[in-house]
Ligand binder design. Structure first.
Ligand code: HEC
Ligand code: HEC
Length: 437
């Protein structure tokens, strides 16, 4: 029996018994033969009153039985009266089929299985193999000392060089940190300032860059490759006609780079349903990453707004004025894609996959630890404060001639640790194993 109705029924039965006893007394007094005990009615009146009382008692009992039945089978008896009825199968079939599954969470998704490639550069194994050979060929640099892989180690390393800034031909030091080439296949803008729109467009940049590989011209590149015994037949086989051109070199390099994908991470396993893949601390960091607003810029499955596979928000002003004094100068010198006269630089939002493996950080590699990078991001981009600091900042905006005031969130030490723990969950197992060798 339904638990809530049991006491009501018991009380009902008790009241019924009390009423019945009272009635019996009344009947005994009023319906007795005249003179014996009470007896105020004559014979006809006694019969009429007796029948009416008897019917009343029977009706009350039936009521009790109905109540008990309703209470015992609420799902068959009461629920259909108060809940909308399920449509019979015929009506369901007449409804249009539910075509689209519910949308996936736009914030938390794994990398798509298919790597996006431009229609004019479809991939095939022979093209990838040619690109791999080119990527490792030192003949692509002026003094035959450097290949792409010298700075982007994809055999034993993390796809970058672990230096503060790149080391080009003749020992020349560049001004920017080398980003990893892993997962660049998913990026809609390449380079720190996003100046290249595709891997094809990006590929020839370093070959001709005087302080990277330093070849004097496209013609020199084509001449060198044509003089090699392997390349002419390989290009003819891959592209279906003889000829070595800069465009074909770029297409082969890009096809190889599109194979450099790392989705073997705890994060990808977690969003695929393995709840054990992230520790409770990492899950708290994941929540903070979303709640604080990191995910507004580092969005989608490649953790970058400059992505082919997620929400688009490719560039952001690096709020260098909100940085601690010692970082303001170094991170504000290079303005990225902003005019050199601008006060603050504008940068492509970088992917955070494998970020725990690719120190040092930011466009100039000036920040050595991930913890420091996370703190700087929270302060600069989200006007947050680190525990111990003040909640409030005043700043003078010279362009607008006004005094600004921020009241930021306060991040505790534990918040920072949790965010860092979450970023570790974006590290590929393969690259982590390489790093520990
Ligand atoms: C001397 C070191 C060096 C060499 C050699 C080099 N790169 Fe790079 N690479 C860099 C640096 C530094 C950047 C960032 C430059 C910038 O953003 O202005 C970069 C950026 C890139 C990017 C963009 C990554 C991103 O996240 O936007 C790709 C892709 C890339 N290089 C591929 C290549 C290829 C292909 C070659 C060979 C043709 C090559 N690199 C040779 C240092 C190097
Ligand atoms: C307003 C957009 C924006 C927000 C919000 C933001 N970032 Fe960034 N993040 C960037 C940009 C742009 C860069 C590159 C800046 C540069 O190199 O000068 C970057 C760089 C980074 C880097 C260094 C990456 C590397 O490879 O060197 C890390 C780590 C990082 N962000 C983590 C975070 C975390 C954690 C949060 C939240 C606390 C966050 N970001 C919030 C835009 C943002």
């Amino acid at each position: 029996m339904h638990a809530d109705l049991a006491p009501i029924l018991v009380i009902g039965i008790l009241v019924a018994l009390a009423a019945f006893s009272a009635l019996a007394l009344l009947v005994r007094r009023d319906l007795a033969p005249a003179g014996s005990w009470g007896g105020v009615l004559d014979g006809g009146g006694r019969w009429f009153l007796g029948a009416a009382l008897g019917l009343g008692v029977i009706a009350f009992s039936i009521k009790l039985v109905i109540l008990a039945t309703l209470a015992s089978f609420p799902s068959q008896t009461i629920a259909p009266l108060i809940e909308p009825r399920v449509l019979p199968p015929d009506d369901v079939a007449a409804q249009p089929p539910t075509a689209t599954p519910p949308p996936a969470n736009p914030t938390w998704r794994g990398l798509p299985v298919a790597v996006p490639a431009p229609i004019d550069n479809p991939s095939d194994p022979a093209k990838v193999a040619l690109g791999q050979r080119l990527f490792h060929d030192v003949n692509l640099s002026a003094d035959s000392s450097l290949s792409c892989a010298s700075c982007h180690d994809v055999t034993r390393g993390n796809g970058a060089d672990s230096r503060v800034t790149a080391l080009g031909i003749g020992g020349q030091i560049g001004s920017r940190n080398t980003p990893t080439v892993y997962n660049t296949a998913y990026q809609a803008r390449l380079f720190w300032d996003g100046r290249a729109a595709s891997l094809e467009e990006q590929a020839l940049g370093p070959i001709l860059n005087p302080i990277e590989m330093g070849l004097p011209s496209i013609r020199e590149l084509e001449r060198r490759l044509a003089a090699d015994p392997v390349y002419p037949p390989a290009f003819a086989a891959v592209f279906g006609s003889p000829g070595i051109s800069a465009m074909r070199v770029a297409q082969a390099l890009a096809a190889f780079e599109r194979t450099l994908v790392t989705d073997d991470t705890p994060y990808d396993r977690f969003v695929a349903g393995d709840e054990q893949a992230l520790s409770p601390q990492q899950q708290r960091g994941m929540w903070l990453f979303q709640d604080l607003g990191c995910a507004a810029c580092h969005s989608g499955p490649n953790f970058s707004g400059a992505s082919l596979v997620g929400p688009k928000n490719p560039y952001a002003v690096l709020r260098s004025t909100r940085l601690p004094i010692d970082q303001q100068g170094s991170l504000a010198t290079d303005k990225g894609r902003a005019a050199s006269s601008a006060r603050e630089g504008i940068w492509r939002v970088p992917s955070l996959r494998n970020v725990a493996l690719t120190a040092p950080y930011f466009h100039n590699g000036s920040v050595p630890s991930l913890e420091e990078a996370v703190k700087l991001m929270a302060q600069a981009q989200l006007a947050a404060h680190i525990e111990g600091g003040s909640r409030e900042d005043l700043w003078w905006d010279a362009d607008q001639s006004r005094l600004g005031r921020y009241v930021g969130k306060v991040l505790t030490r534990r918040d920072v640790d949790d965010l860092v723990a979450f970023l570790h969950a974006l590290s590929s197992d393969t690259l982590t194993r390489r790093a520990s060798l």
